[in-house]
Design a protein around this ligand. Structure first.
Ligand SMILES: [Zn+2]
Length: 125
């Protein structure tokens, strides 16, 4: 079996082992195993990492756009409040799923021991 690129599998929300099976069964809810190769998806968990990175990227991208928008048109504050909250929410929702998949694929490719350790520690408590 050819080695699957974690970046390719992550961006396409596919199994990081075979690159075929769907990673998600809902918007962010992951399958327990790959339907194509049977890889166990419960051994790794990306936790809050994707949300942090998506918020950070949203800040880097959208705040300068808001500032440029303000400098260009000088709109009143209510126009900003009307435009930017939906833009931020839609941007984050658009990016969150591939970010979660990408971090999961990265954990999978690097055999992240911490994720497995935390999982087993939770089961013992
Ligand atoms: Zn698979």
């Amino acid at each position: 079996m050819a080695k699957v690129s974690p970046f390719s599998a992550g961006i396409n929300c596919r199994c990081p082992e075979c690159g075929e099976g769907q990673l998600f069964r809902g918007y962010l809810e992951m399958n327990d195993e790959c339907a194509a190769c049977g890889a166990d998806f419960t051994v790794a968990d990306s936790g809050d990492g994707p949300a942090f990175f998506v918020m950070w990227i949203a800040m880097i991208v959208i705040v300068p756009l808001g500032m440029l928008f303000h400098l260009w048109l000088r709109p009143p504050v209510w126009v900003h409040l009307l435009i930017f909250p939906p833009v931020i929410i839609l941007f984050c929702l658009w990016l969150l799923r591939p970010a979660k998949s990408l971090l999961f694929a990265s954990q999978w490719a690097n055999k992240a021991e911490e994720a497995q350790f935390e999982k087993h520690a939770d089961q013992q408590n």
